[in-house]
Design a protein around this ligand. Structure first.
Ligand SMILES: C[S@@+](CC[C@H](N)C(=O)[O-])C[C@H]1O[C@@H](n2cnc3c(N)ncnc32)[C@H](O)[C@@H]1O
Length: 240
């Protein structure tokens, strides 16, 4: 399938509507070649875990943008597996360029909506999920476009292993409030923050991302959250 067919496939009516930018400026011939030749070898679908060892630790990054953080993780943990989902064509092409330059073998990519990847994952298979600077959709009439919604959180919970981590970062206060309220209301995630220093301190070995750099340039404060997958209240009652 070529790049245009790939784009059309994303508008197929049985997929959830994607709201962000699908593509930016024209790809270079090298990037087009990576999309046509390298991407098919790295596809995360239909079986996201197929190319990883049964006991390998696997992390999912949702909306990896230009791939800065995904590439950083894959270089740092060569024995672990990484799945990235991103609908923005130019971000995928940029990331493929990084994968190719560094000869990385531990990344699988889905060019499109992460929901497709989540649906294809079995229960309790991921070590960690990152959602870094998701599109904030700040106008109330656009809140329904936000990635973090109740059903989505339930899917994240399903695919995480017990005690695995969900990491979410954002510089938009209304989205931080929105996400925190929904993640905590779910009831299965533990948030162990004691003070503001906890969510104002970047993650260990944090490489930053393009959108974080934009937040700093525009004077906004990044917030970093880590939630641990615990038990659902119904499971706790059953255990008593
Ligand atoms: C504001 S950008 C942040 C990119 C990157 N994480 C960073 O920090 O630089 C949000 C990204 O989420 C992606 N995105 C939006 N909806 C998505 C979805 N349903 N599945 C996967 N990625 C999505 C967008 O295409 C965009 O690249």
């Amino acid at each position: 399938m070529n790049v245009n067919q790939e784009q059309k496939k994303q508008r197929h009516p049985d997929r959830r509507k994607l709201w962000g930018r699908a593509k930016g400026k024209r790809l270079s011939p090298h990037q087009t070649s990576l999309m046509e030749n390298l991407l098919p070898q790295l596809r995360a679908l239909p079986s996201p875990l197929e190319n990883f060892e049964p006991n390998q630790r696997v992390t999912l990054e949702i909306g990896f943008g230009g791939g800065e953080h995904l590439l950083h993780l894959a270089r740092r943990f060569p024995d672990e597996g990484f799945i990235g989902a991103e609908p923005f064509l130019n971000g995928v092409a940029k990331t493929l360029n990084g994968i190719s330059n560094d000869g990385l073998k531990n990344i699988r990519i889905h060019h499109g909506d992460v929901s497709m990847v989540l649906q294809a994952l079995p229960d309790a298979c991921l070590e960690r999920i990152y959602i870094l600077y998701p599109d904030p959709w700040p106008k109330p009439r656009h809140y329904k476009r936000r990635l973090i919604q109740e059903e989505f959180i339930a899917e994240l919970f399903r695919v995480l292993k017990p005690n695995a981590e969900l990491r979410f970062a954002s510089d938009i206060v209304s989205y931080v409030d929105w996400a925190l309220a929904r993640i905590l209301r779910h009831g299965g995630f533990l948030w162990r923050a004691n003070s503001a220093a906890d969510w104002l301190t970047p993650y260990k070995n944090w490489p930053s991302t393009r959108y974080e750099a934009k937040a700093f340039r525009e004077g906004r404060t990044p917030h970093y959250f880590t939630f641990i997958k615990g038990k659902l209240p119904s499971e706790i009652k059953r255990d008593k």
